[in-house]
Design a binder for this molecule. Structure first.
Ligand SMILES: *Cc1c(COP(=O)(O)O)cnc(C)c1O
Length: 434
């Protein structure tokens, strides 16, 4: 083993060489050095604002639903490591990938039957788009190659996903001229509980009808728009999309990368509406936050359509496709989730967030507080001062990562009541100071 680096040396090398997400080079903010993580706690290499342990309010970007260093997931990874960590997937197959695919088909909405294992959420969206475009090309309709989405969305950072992210104020505005030009509907009206607005439904239906000849698919995040603004909408709009897509011959893609595996209170957000998409992406919590893996599922209609085409194959095959290590942990993570009363845990967290965040409504500068499932959001009336807000949360012993005008949390499902309360105090402190 090499000599461990001191936190100071590590930070210096980090600053000199390492890009961080959405960051400049060199970085302007000092990242905290994490030494290890266990349960819902991140252990820092040195005390920060008096804390060496932080309660994780972020689940490492929606993924670590069971917390860190979980014995069951560790065991799945260790067991698989001793057999093989990877083999190529072209011409070969193995139990972890087959089990995972079958399990995903079993737990996702009914007509989804086939699974493409991808190595990240963005790649699974690329694959979804490729499937949809190729479906129409194979059907002799090559002009159907644009996408429709509503504003306020986020679908990843590679090229096609960027083209369906919110085009304004988001992370990809810089590229608006260079990206494929997609069709954008207005943001879905806010509020999970609000009655669907007939005028908005008509607007979306009309756009789909008008562009039907050039649309391959509609792609949206169902019920919760994540990194595009943490907005919730009525599940009724998903039924509107399903009906319009069927009426005008357009495929429907649900990006459940953030919402999947229970985060919104249903196993998949599509279940809030009782609507099934033609293609669905999952990722993030798929491996319980252990390893990078995502999946694109499609119906037999889509797969058969592609197979009937002039080029009957889906030309996509990442080097690490079906990675056995990630697939094993994913299987274990799904079993762990479904083997417990996860709905009760998410409800418990939802209740804790509702209780603990209520006081944020009274804070100056707070525009709205909203909670759905294990997601709590405080929206400010100004751009958050990220450094001040993060420091305030750390002062409460909690890790948060606010962005734009949002201070939010989506804790691991194993977060106990006291820790949920502590996270809420930190969100309020961050909203006050940020
Ligand atoms: C995070 C996210 C992605 C991208 O996934 P990566 O694994 O970061 O590439 C796509 N869609 C949604 C809804 C996401 O939240």
């Amino acid at each position: 083993m090499p000599e461990p680096l001191s936190p100071a040396a590590l930070r210096e090398l980090d600053r000199a060489h390492v890009w961080h997400p959405y960051g400049p080079m060199p970085g302007r903010q000092e990242p905290l050095v994490v030494e290890s993580a266990s349960g819902v706690r991140l252990r820092l290499a040195e005390p920060v604002h008096g804390h060496t342990e932080l309660v994780d309010g972020m689940s490492s970007w929606w993924s670590a639903v069971h917390g860190y260093n979980h014995p069951v997931l560790n065991e799945a990874a260790r067991g698989q490591l001793d057999r093989m960590s990877h083999v190529m997937f072209g011409g070969l197959t193995h139990e972890p990938a087959v089990r995972l695919a079958a399990r995903l088909v079993e737990i996702t909405p009914e007509p989804l039957r086939h699974v493409f294992l991808a190595d990240s959420g963005s790649v699974s969206v690329e694959v979804a788009v490729k499937m949809c475009l190729q479906y129409w090309r194979s059907a002799g309709r090559p002009a159907k190659r644009r996408l429709l989405t509503w504003r306020g969305g986020y679908h990843g950072d590679t090229w096609q996903p960027m083209s369906v992210c919110d085009p304004e104020g988001g992370m990809h505005e810089l590229w608006s001229g260079a990206l494929p030009r997609q069709v954008f509907a207005a943001e879905p009206p806010a509020g999970y509980d609000s009655e669907p607005d007939p005028a908005y439904a008509a607007h979306v239906r009309e756009l789909i009808e008008r562009h039907a000849d050039e649309l391959a698919a509609v792609i949206v995040e169902p019920v919760v728009q994540g990194a595009g603004g943490m907005r919730f909408h009525s599940p009724g709009y998903l039924r509107v999309l399903r009906e319009a897509c069927d009426a005008y011959g357009v495929l429907l893609v649900f990006d459940e990368i953030a919402t999947g595996f229970g985060r919104t209170g249903k196993l998949f957000a599509a279940e809030h509406a009782g609507v099934s998409p033609d293609v669905m992406c999952v990722g993030k919590a798929l491996t319980g936050g252990y390893l990078t893996m995502a999946a694109t599922l499609c119906t037999s209609e889509v797969a058969d359509g592609i197979s009937r085409g002039e080029v009957p194959v889906l030309a996509h095959g990442p080097t690490f496709m079906g990675n056995p290590l990630a697939a094993s942990v994913a299987c274990a993570s799904i079993d762990l989730l479904l083997g417990q009363d996860w709905q009760q845990e998410v409800k418990r967290i939802e209740a804790g967030l509702n209780e603990g965040l209520a006081v944020a409504r009274e804070l100056p500068g707070v525009r709205e507080v909203r909670v759905l499932g294990a997601i709590g959001v405080v929206q400010l009336d100004h751009e958050v001062d990220m450094a001040a807000a993060t420091a305030a949360a750390v002062g409460e012993g909690v890790w948060l990562r606010p962005f734009r005008d949002l201070v939010y949390t989506m804790p691991p499902y194993v977060t106990g009541e006291d820790d949920v309360a502590r996270i809420c105090r930190a969100v309020c402190a961050a909203a006050r100071e940020g």
